[in-house]
Design a protein around this ligand. Structure first.
Ligand SMILES: Nc1nc2c(ncn2[C@@H]2O[C@H](COP(=O)(O)OP(=O)(O)O)[C@@H](O)[C@H]2O)c(=O)[nH]1
Ligand SMILES: [Mg+2]
Length: 247
């Protein structure tokens, strides 16, 4: 990926540092052009599935996103499907309260796919127009846990029956090239419709995501920009790439 960018910058034969920087921005923007970044929420009720490794930012992203959707006039239901740890469920429920959003929690130890399925039914009964489902963290090397995620994906597809699904892999911007390995493995379990780049407010900007978007053709849709409930934004590739080259 880096070699491809360098080649494109060379092809433009920049004369000054500014020209070289502009050529690099243009080349990186060309790589990051994997389709629309808006979430697909229709036909409603949509289901947004968040997955990724431990600590990436899934639970906070679920809360921030649900809060944002509520501010936009939607009626979200948060589904707490990190049923491995009682604390996983509690964290999601507490964040949902902070977000002012109703939540539906699975029992500790319950099958997460069933929790998501039941949550989707509950959302329909109560007239919610979007479900935001938080899942347990898992490593890209944990085969059984990836199979379980694949099951969550299949069950979600069945419950949604043609309604919108956003399958979002949450990546930590402070992680480097491992992002690519994560993206490949998680995409094999549940084909992604978008990426979330969390922790973009830190000094590490997760430049590897340019390669992930470019090679996998999956757009970064959202950015996490802090630890409070309002700290989520639609991902802006131009601003992002400028922040990388202007460091
Ligand atoms: N600075 C910063 N911290 C974040 C962001 N998103 C999540 N975090 C922090 O990262 C840690 C793990 O987040 P969490 O949502 O629990 O990760 P999960 O294990 O994927 O559910 C927590 O301390 C969060 O406050 C972000 O956008 N910026
Ligand atoms: Mg979590």
């Amino acid at each position: 990926m880096a070699a491809r960018l360098v080649q494109q910058v060379r092809a433009r034969a920049p004369h000054t540092a500014d020209e070289a920087r502009e050529a690099l921005v243009a080349a990186a923007l060309g790589v990051m052009s994997a389709g629309p970044r808006a979430l697909t929420l229709d036909p409603a009720p949509a289901c947004i599935l968040l997955y990724g490794v431990n600590g990436a930012g899934k639970t906070t992203t679920a809360a921030k996103l649900a809060h944002l959707l509520a501010k936009q006039g939607r009626k979200p239901l948060i589904v707490a499907a990190d049923t491995y740890r009682a604390a996983g469920i509690e964290q999601m429920v507490q964040w949902a309260q902070r977000a002012g959003v109703t939540s539906f929690a699975g029992a500790p130890g319950a099958d997460p796919a069933s929790v998501v399925f039941d949550g989707i039914q509950q959302a329909r009964r109560l007239g919610h127009d979007v479900v935001v489902a938080d899942t347990a963290g898992r490593l890209q090397s944990q085969r059984n846990l990836l199979q379980e995620l694949a099951k969550i994906g299949r069950v979600t597809a069945k419950a949604q029956d043609g309604r919108a699904i956003e399958s979002l892999l949450v990546l930590d911007a402070t992680v480097g090239l491992a992002s690519m390995t994560q993206a490949r493995a998680f995409n094999d379990a549940v084909p992604m419709t978008g990426l979330v780049l969390a922790k973009l407010d830190g000094t590490a900007k997760g430049g590897a995501v340019i390669g992930v978007e470019g090679e996998m053709g999956i757009p970064v849709k959202l950015a996490g920009v802090g630890e409070t409930i309002d700290d989520v934004a639609q991902f802006d590739p131009a601003a992002y790439i400028r922040s990388l080259v202007e460091d």
